[in-house]
Ligand binder design. Structure first.
Ligand code: AMP
Length: 215
């Protein structure tokens, strides 16, 4: 199963991608996590990505596409993957389709997790993430059991620098200008399925598993 998760920053893609990748037994591949990892390791890719991420802008397609195509060609992706945060532009979606087509493969479904603007802003400004396993929490809607610590692995929780109010606004603007058109792209390809992302996390997960199991 090759899945793409679509939705604005804060729609819950990361949370849902983690659970469905476990259920389907395929890797969860998050472009933002790969960029943050590269930054932590101090690689050239990390250094390049940093300047864009800090501003809430998109990393250029060429760099992003190369990173993702390399990742999905790894042996653990043979049975599929769940993409989270990629593609984010039409060019990225087309490059992904072209690369898969050369191997006789294709994306099976693009799941759009739909959440209203007001809810997105509320969620992003309260978001804390585990430094160790990337599990997201929200100080209002899904706080950790112990303050500042991850329920799953005990790791330290931190607030992403690009979750500040101004950068959040910029990231949402970028999403509406560049990424939202992908909804039509996958709709046109007959691959789009939609779930209501404003339900409780478990409900979103159940709906998501239902729509991806449907033919
Ligand atoms: P995310 O963790 O998905 O919110 O991504 C954080 C930041 O990484 C974004 O604001 C972009 O600067 C960069 N980024 C992640 N994925 C992509 C992508 N597919 N294309 C371009 N930039 C990306």
């Amino acid at each position: 199963m090759r899945l793409v998760l679509l939705g604005a920053p804060g729609a819950g893609k990361g949370t849902q991608a983690q659970t469905i990748s476990q259920k389907l037994g395929v890797p969860h591949i998050a472009s933002g996590d790969l960029f943050r990892e590269a930054q932590q390791k101090g690689t050239e890719l990390g250094r390049l990505a940093k300047s864009y991420m800090e501003r809430g802008a998109l990393v250029p397609d060429e760099i992003t596409v190369r990173m993702i195509l390399e990742r999905i060609s790894a042996p653990d992706c043979l049975r599929g993957f769940v993409l989270d945060g990629f593609p984010r532009t039409l060019e990225q979606a087309e490059a992904l389709d072209r690369a898969l087509a050369t191997e006789g493969k294709a994306i099976d479904k693009a799941v759009y997790i739909k959440v209203s603007n007001e809810e997105l802003i509320r969620r992003l400004s309260g978001r804390w993430i585990c430094r160790n396993c990337q599990m997201p929490y929200n100080i209002i809607s899904s706080p950790p059991r112990v303050r500042g610590r991850c329920d799953a692995c005990g790791g330290e929780l931190y607030q992403r620098p690009d979750d500040s109010e101004e950068t959040v606004k910029r990231r949402l603007d970028v999403y509406f200008a560049q990424t939202a058109p992908l909804i039509n792209y996958y709709l046109g390809a007959g691959k789009l399925v939609e779930v209501n992302g404003e339900q409780a996390i478990g409900e979103v997960e159940r709906e998501l598993l239902r729509v991806i199991a449907r033919d």
